[in-house]
Design a binder for this molecule. Structure first.
Ligand code: GLU
Length: 308
């Protein structure tokens, strides 16, 4: 068996140089703000259980979290509903795109919390009463996961809300099925704002590490969610986090993760570390091309594959 490198000394800069040499993929153009992203932004960060956070060059450059927020919305919904969210949303992978207009047959529930239908519902299940209250609950919750305050890109939030036609369609469909109890437009507004939260690779790595450490933020020491809920969230990341690329991801990388259209990927390697990669060009399944390669190498070189 090969000896794995030590995450505390692993050459993140060298990994960044190696993945920057990789070409391919296209930057998402669903909203103007994402279309204008720097295709050569590339950063990798690790957060370890002892609270050490390590970042490559550009690990402090902000980007909108997009769908990498979904595991954390699910976590907050689990906490705020006392676990009831597990019964309101399925946990099965769909094999379909992130924004497929489809609910679970027979129940009308979203198929899982990692696709848009599920995330629209988890964002509606958090405490807060109205749009402002839920936005505030999510702001505080995400800050606890990151161990610091996070800003929102108001332009991104506005564009996502205005231009997210498929999200509006999903919200209306869930209203029709009786699964979404808040107003459809309100649901989209809260979800869009959560997606517009600005993180950098280091903050996102700490968020991933908080899940990997059973719900305790390794930097602040704060328990953000119960251990059982952290396990639920990481399990669903493992099976559904990379949409219709989840099977390929588990085979090749083998670390529970969530991809996003901004090109961010958050990883939670149970009891071992959290990590984040950002690189905007995406493959056909909405996964960052360089991000996936970086994660494969990290997994291989640090011996992180859960079935390794
Ligand atoms: N805000 C994006 C949307 O709802 C997120 C999708 C993603 O990152 O995969 O369309």
């Amino acid at each position: 068996m090969s000896r794995s490198a030590d995450p505390a000394r692993y050459d993140l800069e060298g990994l960044r140089d190696r993945v920057l040499a990789e070409e391919g993929g296209t930057v998402d153009d669903s909203i103007p703000e994402l279309a204008g992203a720097d295709a050569d932004l590339c950063a990798i960060a690790l957060a370890l259980p002892d609270g050490t956070v390590r970042g490559s060059t550009q690990a402090d450059v902000p980007f909108s979290i997009q769908s990498a927020v979904k595991p954390f919305l699910f976590a907050l919904a689990l906490v705020d509903t006392g676990g009831e969210a597990l019964h309101r949303i399925g946990i099965e992978p769909t094999g379909e795109a992130f924004d497929a207009i489809k609910l679970e047959s027979g129940t009308g529930r979203p198929p899982n919390p990692m696709v848009n239908a599920g995330a629209l519902l988890t964002a509606a299940l958090v405490d807060g009463g109205d749009v402002e209250g839920r936005n505030e609950r999510i702001r505080r919750g995400l800050a606890a996961f990151a161990g610091r305050e996070l800003e929102v890109d108001e332009d991104v939030a506005r564009s996502e809300h205005l231009l997210g036609d498929r999200n509006h369609a999903l919200a209306h469909l869930m209203r029709a099925e009786g699964t979404l109890e808040v107003g459809a437009d309100d649901a989209v507004a809260v979800y869009a704002r959560a997606c517009a939260t600005l993180v950098d690779a280091e903050a996102l790595a700490v968020m991933g590490a908080t899940l990997a450490c059973g719900g305790v933020n390794p930097v602040t020491g704060e328990r953000v969610l119960p251990e059982e809920s952290a396990r639920d969230v990481v399990s669903v990341m493992a099976t559904c986090g990379v949409y219709d690329g989840s099977g390929r991801w588990m085979r090749g990388v083998g670390i529970p993760a969530k991809s996003s259209v901004s090109g961010a990927i958050v990883l939670s390697a149970p009891r071992t570390l959290g990590a984040a990669v950002i690189s905007p060009p995406l493959d056909e399944r909405g996964t960052s091309v360089r991000g996936r390669i970086a994660c494969e190498r990290l997994s291989d070189e640090l011996g992180l594959h859960v079935f390794g």
